[in-house]
Design a protein around this ligand. Structure first.
Ligand SMILES: C[S@@+](CC[C@H](N)C(=O)[O-])C[C@H]1O[C@@H](n2cnc3c(N)ncnc32)[C@H](O)[C@@H]1O
Length: 182
């Protein structure tokens, strides 16, 4: 898990035996000293359950933190750079997702997948442009399926810059699934 914010999504997976997860690594972009209390508490719960927790991990620069081909699945829930300033003429979230997909490719097992959940709306689709990002980074055209946060007990999503939640303002979400081209 990258960009985990308050780490509540990873914690919710612990309580989901049907997910059949045997090893988990939760990472936050924020450094440990900048974590909110809730994130610290959730990190401790995860560590006690045997998961790895790391902080200060940039999803666009995974080479700094991991060994190649380590993961079956890499998940980024509701990525958001928290800025609207264009980068090289592109939406900054599109640029971040492109760099994340390119960086993550080396850390997936050969049949592994990347899952990214976002609000299901033309605005978000226009901001992220997932199909173009997949093509750029060497993935097949991504598949999507509905994401239902209510299936993840204890998941309390927060925004990048404040305590509000996009999940309160929207009611349709999608998970985009990316697999590397053969
Ligand atoms: C809308 S919040 C979602 C947090 C959490 N995934 C959730 O679903 O509640 C977006 C998150 O993206 C993280 N983020 C932004 N840029 C990032 C980057 N380059 N690498 C990793 N995380 C990043 C932020 O720190 C923030 O926690």
């Amino acid at each position: 898990m990258v960009g985990e914010g308050n780490i509540s999504f990873t914690k919710s997976l612990l309580a989901l035996p049907t997910a059949q997860i045997t090893h988990m690594t939760a990472t936050t972009f924020e450094k440990e000293r900048n974590l909110a209390n809730e994130a610290v508490e959730n990190a401790n719960i995860l560590k006690q359950a045997g998961a790895f927790v790391m902080h200060g991990v940039d999803a666009t620069k995974l080479d700094k933190s991991f060994k190649p081909h380590e993961f079956d699945t890499i998940i980024f829930q509701f990525p958001n750079v928290g800025s609207r300033d264009a980068k090289h003429g592109h939406n900054p979230n599109h640029v971040m997702i492109r760099k994340f997909l390119r960086s993550a490719a080396a850390y997936l097992k050969p049949s592994g997948k990347i899952m990214v959940s976002v609000v299901d709306s033309p605005h978000y689709e226009g901001a992220f442009q997932f199909e173009e990002a997949a093509e750029f980074a060497g993935y097949e055209t991504p598949e999507t399926y509905p994401f239902d946060p209510s299936m993840f007990s204890g998941y309390s999503h927060t925004n990048t810059n404040d305590d509000e939640s996009a999940l309160d303002e929207h009611n349709k979400f999608l998970t985009w699934v990316f697999r590397l081209k053969e």
